[in-house]
Design a binder for this molecule. Structure first.
Ligand code: ATP
Length: 380
C-alpha cells in the first residue's frame, strides 16, 4: 500500500531528489546498470497531485524492452512517497550519445580483451559432446536457466555454429541491440544470450568458413557487453573440430562439462572430447548423462532406452564426477519445441528437477591462467 506525504495544505508532496534517485537506479534490462548512470534518464517531473512523468532515451528506437523498462520505472517511482501516478515516455539517444555510451561500456571491461572482459571471478564451462543429438544444447540451456534461477548472473554463448539452437530453445526471435559495434546480449529467462542464429535467417544455411567463424566467436567475447557474470556457459559444436579448439584457446579458463547418453557408443565418442581436454590441459568439471531412463508415470517403471552406465564410465575415465543423470522426458522435448526451457516452463517435470540439482552440484573448477599467453589483441 502506498503511504503519502501530506503538506500543510493537505496535498501530497513528493521528495523530488529521492524520486530521481529511485528512478535513476532502475537498471537497463540489457546493460544491467542504472539508467541514470547510463545517461538514459532525460527528465523526471512531478505535476499536480503527485503525477509523475519520466522521459527515457533508449539506446535504439526499436528497443524491444520498452515494456519491461516501463514496468520497472513505474514500480520504482510508485514506491516514493506522494507519487500518485507514473507516465513513462521514450525518446532515442543521438548518434553521439550512442557512441559515447559504447565507449564508456568498453572502457569498463578491464583491458578490453575478450578473456579479460569476463573478469577473473567468472566461472567458464564448455559444454561438449562427442557427437550430435545427445542433448548438449538442451543441457546447456537448462543448466543456464537453473543457475540464473539460483541467483547467479549467467551468460550463454551458442558456439554450435552450424547447429545453433539457442534462439529456438529460449524462444528468442530478435536481433541483439548493437551500439556502435558493441552488441548487447539478448536476455531471456534470466540468461544473457549470444548466438550465430541471431544473425542469420532460419532458412539460410550457415556457409561461413573457419576463419570467419573464429572471428565471429572472438567477437562474441570481445564485442559483446556481457557485464559482470558469475558463470559463462559455452554450447560447443559436437566433436573436437577446429572451431572447438580455437574457441577453447580464446577461453583458457574454461572447464569441460561433458555430455553423453548412457549408450556405450556415445561414451566412446565422448571420451575423445576428454582426450582433447587433456591435450589442452583443460580442467574437467564433470559429466552429465542425458536421456538416462524413461519413467512411466502410470506404472512407475524406469526403462533404460539407451542402455546404462555410459555416464559413470566416462566420468571414471576422465577422473571426474558424474554430476547428473537427466531422464528422457517428454516435457523437456516439448519445452524445447515451444521455446520455454523446461526449468521455467515445467519446473515440476523430472528433467527440470535434475537440472536444478545439477546447478547446485556444479563445481567451480579453476585453472590458473597466470603465465598463459592470451592470443587476443586489445579492441579499440
Ligand atoms: N532428456 C531428454 N528427454 C527428451 N528429449 C530430449 C532430451 N534431451 C534432448 N532431447 C531432445 O533431443 C533433441 C536433440 O537435443 P539437442 O538439440 O539438445 O542435442 P544436441 O546434442 O545439442 O544436438 P546438436 O549437437 O546436433 O545440436 C531435441 O529435440 C531435444 O528436445
Amino acid at each position: 500500500m502506498l503511504t503519502r506525504n501530506r503538506g500543510k495544505a493537505g496535498k501530497a508532496t513528493v521528495d523530488e531528489a529521492a524520486l530521481r534517485e529511485a528512478v535513476a537506479a532502475v537498471p537497463d534490462p540489457e546493460i544491467h546498470r542504472g539508467i541514470g548512470e547510463l545517461e538514459m534518464l532525460r527528465s523526471v517531473t512531478v505535476g499536480r497531485g503527485g503525477a509523475v512523468h519520466v522521459e527515457i532515451a533508449l539506446t535504439t528506437p526499436a528497443c524491444p524492452l520498452r515494456d519491461r523498462l516501463t514496468a520497472d520505472v513505474t514500480s520504482a517511482a510508485t514506491e516514493v512517497s506522494g507519487v500518485s501516478s507514473v507516465q513513462v515516455s521514450f525518446t532515442s539517444m543521438t548518434e553521439r550519445e550512442r557512441m559515447e555510451l559504447a565507449g564508456r561500456l568498453r572502457g569498463n571491461t578491464e583491458g578490453g580483451g575478450p578473456a579479460n572482459a569476463l573478469g577473473s571471478r567468472t566461472a567458464v564451462y564448455a559444454v561438449a559432446s562427442g557427437k550430435g543429438g545427445v542433448g548438449k544444447s538442451s543441457v546447456a540451456a537448462n543448466l543456464a536457466v537453473a543457475l540464473a534461477a539460483s541467483g547467479k548472473r549467467v551468460g550463454l554463448i551458442d558456439a554450435d555454429v552450424w547447429g545453433y539452437s539457442v534462439p529456438q530453445l529460449f524462444g528468442v526471435r530478435r536481433n541483439p541491440v548493437a551500439l556502435k559495434g558493441l552488441m548487447l546480449p539478448v536476455e531471456a529467462h534470466g540468461v544473457r544470450l549470444m548466438s550465430v542464429g541471431f544473425f542469420v535467417s532460419e532458412e539460410e544455411p550457415v556457409v561461413w568458413r573457419g576463419p570467419m567463424l573464429h572471428k565471429a566467436l572472438e567477437q562474441f567475447l570481445s564485442d559483446v557487453h556481457w557485464g559482470e557474470l558469475d558463470v559463462l556457459l559455452l554450447d560447443l559444436p559436437p566433436g573436437t573440430g577446429d572451431i572447438t579448439l580455437s574457441l577453447l584457446e580464446l577461453l583458457p579458463q574454461a572447464a569441460l562439462l561433458a555430455v553423453t547418453t548412457p549408450q556405450p557408443a556415445a561414451r566412446n565418442v565422448a571420451s575423445r572430447v576428454g582426450r582433447m581436454a587433456k591435450d589442452m590441459r583443460m580442467p574437467v568439471a564433470g559429466v552429465v548423462e542425458n536421456m538416462s531412463t524413461l519413467h512411466c508415470a502410470s506404472c512407475g517403471e524406469h526403462t533404460a532406452m539407451f542402455g546404462s552406465g555410459g555416464g559413470q564410465q566416462l566420468a571414471d575415465e576422465l577422473g571426474t564426477e558424474l554430476l547428473a543423470q537427466i531422464p528422457l522426458d517428454v516435457a523437456l522435448r516439448e519445452a524445447g519445441d515451444i521455446g520455454v526451457p523446461v526449468v521455467t516452463g515445467a519446473p515440476l517435470a523430472q528433467s527440470a528437477a535434475a537440472f536444478t540439482e545439477l546447478a547446485q552440484r556444479l563445481p567451480v573448477v579453476r585453472r590458473s591462467i597466470a603465465g598463459l599467453a592470451l592470443p587476443l589483441s586489445v579492441v579499440n
